[in-house]
Write a protein that binds this ligand. Structure first.
Ligand SMILES: Nc1nc2c(ncn2[C@@H]2O[C@H](COP(=O)(O)OP(=O)(O)OP(=O)(O)O)[C@@H](O)[C@H]2O)c(=O)[nH]1
Ligand SMILES: [Mg+2]
Length: 441
């Protein structure tokens, strides 16, 4: 057996093997969403494992709603206290966001650290934030999560352990991150940190907006790859663009958006962006903090949604993605769905493309179905373009050339007054052609 003198994890900067974790959920009989507690805990376990914990067990209690004090009912809570001692747990993870009150009572009852789904997701993000902007965004989300929980001041210092120094990987799950050295700051200083972070993020955002504007001015349509975490977005992105982006069997492998050019079968060029994945009960602090990153999605002309069709919750995952897109105001955008990982399907009958918008079955890993997928993207993109007929004088050879490069030409004729072109153009470019518009033939 492990030689543990105290269950409470005092961080020494040295990891001593995986933390011993236990998962807890409350399930209402009349479940509101489609996710059952069992599936949700399955996912919580994947998150905990990604964060570096070893999950020893899980507990689900059926209650109309979580108890206001202890999340679990009194009896179950006592059971958990006994398990905590028996299993010498390091951390107990709750599947919902705990209120500051619940957090405090559970902290008192249990030797193990108490963290909730939100803190765990923030932790995974913290571990995976490499870019400057990514780290700022995670720190902002963590600071906003922590602020209302600072009330019982002592709690925080206890949780954080004695010696949290920079780094990030050395700390304990739920309390590490780009801003962890700031854990002990009082509210006032956290507030001023929050506004400093917001300001810095805003600067990065306007920088990014400028770059995007330049790209749009070139008339390149923007396609954003979206989807549930681990669906295979980065694998598909790499297969389509040979970008060499990190793709891993881990949740939230991608945090920073990456953009590359993509050549479609009709010779049309587009910009493809790989983006951060979504998950159910995604902390609102994170969505808010990552708004800058998610602008690649908000501003896209077309969303390429990747669904892991081999996952038993594929449809629920896709619904969750749509809910978050709605929250971002991007749900109405034209969408093509890549039903990914068909190589893992033992029963092809589970594939029902009619459930999804413009669905194409693919295997990003094996490179199957990619041509069909690109053809679908090209055709849906063409629908987003403006149909027009123009007569361009010979002095506007530049516009003829631009139409050839960025548009889709259906008809071209050299007439006495100039070049007649009929076809489709990205809306961002249509303005240049307005003086030369002809009535459709
Ligand atoms: N069998 C199989 N595995 C796949 C396929 N596509 C992706 N994967 C695997 O799925 C895992 C997740 O892939 P990623 O491309 O990192 O997924 P992602 O959607 O970018 O994930 P996040 O960035 O974490 O949100 C990796 O282990 C991939 O190798 C596929 O078509 N078939
Ligand atoms: Mg990824």
């Amino acid at each position: 057996m492990e030689d543990v003198t105290t269950h409470r994890l005092i961080d020494t900067g040295i990891r001593r093997g995986p933390e011993r974790a236990y998962l807890v959920a409350v399930e209402a009989d009349e479940q509101e969403g489609m996710w059952g507690a069992e599936d949700s805990l399955q996912e919580l376990e994947a998150l905990a494992t990604t964060a570096g914990a070893a999950v020893l067990g899980r507990m689900i209690q059926h209650l109309p709603q979580p108890d206001a004090q202890t999340y679990l009912g009194k009896g179950k809570a006592q059971e958990l206290v006994a398990l905590d001692q028996q299993l010498q747990l390091d951390v107990v993870i709750f599947d919902d966001e705990l209120t500051p009150t619940q957090q405090r009572s559970l902290d008192k009852m249990l030797n193990a650290r108490v963290i909730d789904r939100t803190a765990l997701i923030l932790d995974v993000f913290a571990q995976r934030a490499y870019s400057h902007e990514g780290r700022l965004q995670v720190e902002l989300a963590q600071a906003e999560y922590r602020l209302p929980r600072l009330a019982g001041s002592g709690t925080y210092t206890r949780q954080a352990g004695g010696s949290l120094g920079g780094g990030g990987v050395g700390g304990a799950i739920g309390v590490r991150g780009p801003g962890e050295t700031r854990l002990e700051l009082d509210r006032r200083r956290i507030r001023s940190r929050i506004s400093a972070l917001r300001k810095e993020i805003e600067e990065a955002r306007s920088q990014r907006a400028l770059q995007r504007k330049q790209r749009v001015a070139q008339g390149l349509p923007m396609v954003a790859v979206v989807g549930y975490t681990n669906a295979g977005k980065s694998t598909l992105f790499n297969a389509l663009t040979e970008a060499g982006v990190l793709a891993e069997d881990k949740l939230f492998a991608t945090l920073d958006p990456v953009t590359r050019r993509l050549l479609l079968p009709n010779n049309q060029e587009a910009l493809l962006s790989d983006t951060v994945g979504f998950i159910q009960k995604l902390p609102t602090q994170l969505i808010a903090a990552f708004r800058a990153t998610l602008e690649e999605v908000i501003e896209a002309d077309l969303l390429l949604e990747v669904v892991d069709i081999s996952h038993e919750n594929a449809f629920e995952q896709s619904e969750t993605v749509h809910d978050i897109l709605e929250e971002l105001g991007a749900a109405a955008k034209p969408r093509v769905t890549a039903l990914n990982k068909i190589d893992l399907l033992t029963d092809p009958d589970v594939l029902d493309p009619s459930l999804y918008s413009h669905a194409v079955p693919i295997s990003a890993a094996e490179g199957k179905g990619l041509e069909e997928l690109c053809a679908e993207v090209a055709s849906v993109l063409a629908d987003t373009m403006e149909q027009l007929t123009v007569l361009l004088p010979f002095s506007r050879g530049d516009l003829v050339e631009l139409f050839h490069r960025r548009g889709l030409i259906a008809y071209e004729e050299h007439e006495d007054e100039g070049t007649r072109l009929m076809g489709r153009l990205p809306r961002s470019l249509a303005g240049y052609y307005s003086p030369y518009i002809q009535p459709p033939a």
